[in-house]
Write a protein that binds this ligand. Sequence first.
Ligand SMILES: Cc1cc2nc3c(=O)[nH]c(=O)nc-3n(C[C@H](O)[C@H](O)[C@H](O)COP(=O)(O)OP(=O)(O)OC[C@H]3O[C@@H](n4cnc5c(N)ncnc54)[C@H](O)[C@@H]3O)c2cc1C
Length: 806
Amino acid sequence: MKSSARVVVIGGGVVGCSVLYHLAKMGWSDVVLIERQELTSGSSWHAAGGLYTVTRPNAVAAVQRYTFNSYAELERESGQSCGFHLTGGLNLCRTREEMLSNLVMQSAVRRLGIECEFISLSEAKDKAPILDTAPLYAALWEEEGGHVDPASATQAFAGAARKLGAVIYRHDPVIETNPLPGGRWQVVTRSGTIECDTLVNAAGLWGREVAALAGITLPLMPVEHQYLVTEPVPEIAAMAHELPQINDNEINVYARQEGKGLLIGAYETPCRHWAEHGTPPDFGHELLPDDLSHLEWNFAKAAEVMPCLATAGVKRVISGPMIFSPDLGPLMGPHPALSNYYCANGVMTGFNQGAGIGKLLAEWIIAGEPSFDISCWDVARFGDWASRDYVKATTAYFYEHRSDRAYPGQEYGAGRPLRTPPIFDRLKAANAVFGASYGLEHPLWFAPKGMQAKDTLSFARPNWFAPVMDECRRVREAAGLYEFTGMAKFMVEGEGAEGWLNHVLANRVPAKVGRMALSPMLSASGRLAGDFTVSRLGEESFLLLGSDPMQLAYERRFRADPPPSGVSLHNASDDLAGLHLAGPAARDVLSRLAETDLSPAAFPFLSVRRMRVAGVADVIVLRVSYTGEQGFELYCAPAHQPVLFDALMREGQSLGLGLVGTRSLMMLRLEKGFPAWGLELTPDYSPFEAGLDRFVALAKPDFVGREAALAAKERGAREVFCTFTVDADKADAWGDEAIWRDGEVVGYVTSGGYGAHTQASIALGYVRAGAAEPGPGFSVEILGEKRAAELQTQPLYDPAGERMRA
Ligand SMILES: Cc1cc2nc3c(=O)[nH]c(=O)nc-3n(C[C@H](O)[C@H](O)[C@H](O)COP(=O)(O)OP(=O)(O)OC[C@H]3O[C@@H](n4cnc5c(N)ncnc54)[C@H](O)[C@@H]3O)c2cc1C
């Protein structure tokens, strides 16, 4: 065995081999993969190999498309067939609702140029003669559907990597991974030791065990999954072309041709976990006992549209384990607790996504960031709150609902509540409907008396639309109180804090104690990497507030560029509970309780102070606004939140204060055109494209991403952040809809909703720079209909910002 390598990848399944291949392809040939047995000794050898590209969100569709398109090149480079079959794919819709879901996806993937179209049921039958189309409502055809042979595809990645100089060691389990000084790693196997700069955990079914070797826990749990292959089916044998990949998502079934028979599998209920407490070390090229009775319901339903199933003989059954994360998305990227330790774990569809994952991870290792935003799969999205019970509950739920439609604003209840704010019971008693972010509950809206506190799911305006509009009006006309504990919070203190913050953030930190500034954080390539509210609490004491699910990603970023000695950086997210008071009466409410002069002259917009409120000392109060109204964020020790809350509600009653939830916040900010992290603000954009020019202090001599930001500014924006009003009817845009102009897709929606005050359906989004002309002439594709839209040049509500500064 070599004594050192630039990168060591642990695990020779499809994912590890793809990572190795992409590293070598990008020029890092001093890379090694270590496999415990033969390649494909985990899930990879028994996969069904099905491929499709029409999916959501778009980042995932982009991964799948890259993967789909890479097989031909991989075959050429490796000289090894992947058993790639280009068959096209059919999404069956048994109901109008499913058709709507497909319309939403169709519009979303236009951004990537993915071709898909609704075809008539007779055309569907021509493509797939095994179908009885009577139970069907509609069918979506996608060009980029097919399948590969899993073992061959994995070998092809390995073969192509070897040709580029990568080395693969087989039959040699990794038994230790030890951090070395300077961030390097020592990898110990049964037969030797190798040192490397970077380690990749791609150990698939053993991802947890390999993680434990480095002292970390990954939220993963394996489940059993089955498919069967039938004896030859006469309709298939008689076909001149190959059967397309068939997805019958309403019954969680997928099917494709195998030989002259049918391969059919299902994500059945109830989900069966496997090896909950650890994957057996000696498990390898084996299957689990099959149990077709478990799939009875799914297959009986499938036979309604594929009647041949009722008579086809079963040739073989495959029952194997695969390993999932709590949301079924991979755990990718640098682990936030370790240096130079990358994860490529929990990959549910390695053949659909493997090449894309390999490419993005290789970019992350080599360039420090992936070429497009893949935060939805970042390993840092789960904290240590993702307990085994949580992982068990969520993996079961998402397995059983693997192919369900995703509705606007949909929240999932599995494994919750897990983390709750101190006033949770009070909010619950007030009929809050909760959502969760980074495992923490927060009210989405409050059901009025007589209404069930529960979301209905709908592509049109759902049951919560009217109450949320009432909450918006309350904030515009009087005042609303938001529970606001979720924010990511960092304290930066000590001599040199200002200098360090000015280095890692793009804006200047506030010059004066008691002032705040908004600041993006950039990556080395000048793209957005974060967005903060920076409060100067003392000469060398700062509080940073950012988006809730980003806290570990931020920690990771700060660790890469650590503060100098003498400056302490502390993740205070759990140390402070928050409340957010907003509305024209907000100051009056707070003034009744605060022992500080809150008048605009004494406490103007973008001020911050520690003050005593309702007897509670040291409440950090920020004068900000995300609603467009006067706003005050209050942060205190969690134990004090109930006292503050009760006092505010009591004193505010006569001034019209009421409880409001985050859905109203997200609607109100649309009227102001305020972007949100994760929606409008993502690593796909430069701060200039996102309209954050005024928060980037290019005059500062040194900050991370400055040179690249200067170059980006020089180049000009590729896409422009815009606000549209939309001539919507019963359904508003909510994200990913295509924006059209002159018969062409010129952009896409990042978020949408309705402005209660402006009485306008609003969409925020990005439009190609040359096409972003103010005024009418655009349309937004909502549920298959192109709705006229007008590009606005200024915020729809209070464009001068007088109300929030008042
Ligand atoms: C029945 C079934 C059907 C499926 N159908 C599809 C499908 O149609 N399409 C699709 O895309 N996906 C499908 N999948 C999923 C697919 O199989 C997985 O997503 C994929 O195989 C995951 O690959 P991986 O490389 O992450 O992990 P694995 O395949 O589990 O590979 C991990 C490798 O790491 C090695 N390893 C572990 N520990 C060590 C160690 N300590 N030292 C060295 N090596 C180690 C293992 O031996 C193994 O070879 C299916 C899965 C199942 C079970």
